[in-house]
Design a protein around this ligand. Structure first.
Ligand code: XMP
Length: 333
C-alpha cells in the first residue's frame, strides 16, 4: 500500500532523528496489536537499541506468554525481556474481590515490576556495545486515545479505571524523566493493522481481538484463585479455538469465557455434582463504546458447550451472554 509504505518511511526517519545515533528506547509490550506494531516499527528504525519488556502478570491466557515471546523474538526479531511475575500477582490477588481493587492492584504492581526491570535494562544498555542511557519511552497510543484524553471523560472513563500498556506511562513519562515516543498517535485501529501488515506482522497477530490489561482477572467474578484462572484459561481457549475453526474470528470484535464462581448443579453419570458456571461472551462493535452480542450459529455454541463440559474439570454449566452494551459492558466486571 502506497500510503502506508510512505508513512512507514517517514516515521522510521522521524524516530531516527529524535532518538539519534546512540539513543535507546524502552517500551512495554503485551502481544496486542498496538504495542506489537509500535515495537516492530522501533525495531525497524533503531534495531536493538529498542528494548521491549513483557511482564507475565499471571492472568494472561493459556500459553499466551510463550506465544507472545515467540512472535516478538523469533518472528519479529525484537529485543525482548520477559519478566515472569505471575506468582507475585496471583499472591497479591488473594482475597481481593472488588473489580476496581483488582484493577488497581494489577496496574500498580505492573508499574513496580516494570520500573524494577527498567533499571536492570538501563544498566545492561549502558554496558552494551550499543552504549548510552535509555532516554525514551515508547507508547502505542492511537488517535482515539489522544482524542479521549483531550475530551470530556465520559461515563466509561469514570466507571472503570482502564489501564493497559497504554495507561502505564503517565508515571513513566512524568516521573522518570523519559521522553515519550508515540509513533501511532495519528492512526486509527484499522490503519495500525495496515501498518502492521506493511511491517510484515502476521495476519493472525494483526487481527487479534483486544485484551484488557487486567486480563483474566476481570473475567473471573469475585476473587481470583489459581484454580479459577486455570478454568477460565481452558474454557477460553476452547471457545476461541472453536470460533477460529468456524471461521468466525474476524467477524467478532472481542470474545472470551468468564467464570462465575457460584456453584450450579449438574448430573454426571448418576451423581449430582456442583460446578462453576462458564459465561461465554462475544460482541460485535466498531468503537467499543456500544456493542451487540454476536449471533452464533447454534451448532458452534453447542460444540463449545460440549467441549467445555467434557474437558474442563469443575464446570457444569455453560451460558451465553446476549446482553448488549449498554446496558452491559464488554467485560464481565
Ligand atoms: P467495557 O467492559 O468497558 O470494555 O465495555 C470496553 C473495552 O475496554 C476493555 N477494558 C479494559 N482494558 N483495562 C484495559 O486495558 C481494563 O481494566 C479494561 N476494562 C475493559 C475491554 O476489554 C473492551 O475492549
Amino acid at each position: 500500500n502506497w500510503t502506508m509504505a510512505a508513512f512507514l518511511e517517514t516515521e522510521r526517519k522521524r524516530i531516527r532523528d529524535i532518538v539519534g545515533e546512540k539513543g535507546q528506547v524502552l517500551g512495554a509490550v503485551s502481544g496486542g496489536v498496538d504495542s506489537t506494531v509500535a515495537a516492530k516499527l522501533m525495531k525497524e528504525a533503531i534495531g536493538d537499541r529498542f528494548w521491549a519488556v513483557l511482564v507475565n502478570n499471571g492472568v494472561m491466557r493459556l500459553n499466551e506468554c510463550e506465544q507472545v515471546k515467540k512472535d516478538l523474538t523469533e518472528n519479529l526479531g525484537i529485543n525482548l525481556t520477559v519478566v515472569d511475575a505471575s506468582q507475585v500477582f496471583l499472591d497479591g490477588l488473594k482475597g481481593i474481590s472488588d473489580p476496581e481493587k483488582k484493577r488497581k492492584f494489577i496496574g500498580g504492581k505492573f508499574i513496580d515490576i516494570f520500573e524494577e526491570e527498567a533499571l536492570k535494562i538501563e544498566a545492561a544498555a549502558a554496558n552494551s556495545d550499543r552504549a548510552g542511557k535509555i532516554e525514551f519511552f515508547l507508547q502505542g497510543t492511537l488517535y482515539p486515545d489522544v482524542i479521549e484524553s483531550l475530551s470530556f471523560k465520559g461515563p466509561s472513563a469514570t466507571i472503570k479505571t482502564h489501564h493497559n500498556v497504554g495507561g502505564l506511562p503517565e508515571r513513566m513519562a512524568n516521573g522518570s524523566g523519559l521522553r515519550l515516543i508515540e509513533p501511532l498517535r495519528s492512526l486509527y485501529k484499522d490503519e495500525v493493522r495496515e501498518l502492521g501488515r506493511a511491517l510484515g506482522i502476521s495476519e493472525e497477530l494483526v487481527m487479534r481481538h483486544p485484551f484488557p490489561g487486567p486480563g483474566i482477572a476481570v473475567r473471573i467474578l469475585g476473587e481470583v484463585t489459581p484454580e479459577k484462572v486455570e478454568i477460565a484459561r481452558r474454557a477460553d481457549n476452547i471457545f476461541i479455538t472453536e470460533i477460529r475453526k468456524a471461521g468466525l474470528y474476524n467477524q467478532i470484535s472481542q470474545a472470551y469465557a468468564a467464570v462465575d464462581p457460584s456453584r450450579a448443579v449438574g448430573v454426571m453419570g448418576d451423581k449430582r455434582v456442583y460446578g462453576y458456571i462458564i459465561i461465554l461472551r462475544a460482541v460485535v462493535t466498531i468503537d467499543y463504546m456500544t456493542a451487540e452480542a454476536f449471533e452464533f450459529p447454534w451448532a458452534v455454541l453447542q460444540k463449545v458447550m460440549n467441549r467445555i463440559i467434557n474437558e474442563v474439570d469443575g464446570v457444569c454449566r455453560v451460558t451465553y451472554d446476549v446482553t448488549s452494551k449498554p446496558p452491559g459492558t464488554i467485560e464481565m466486571e
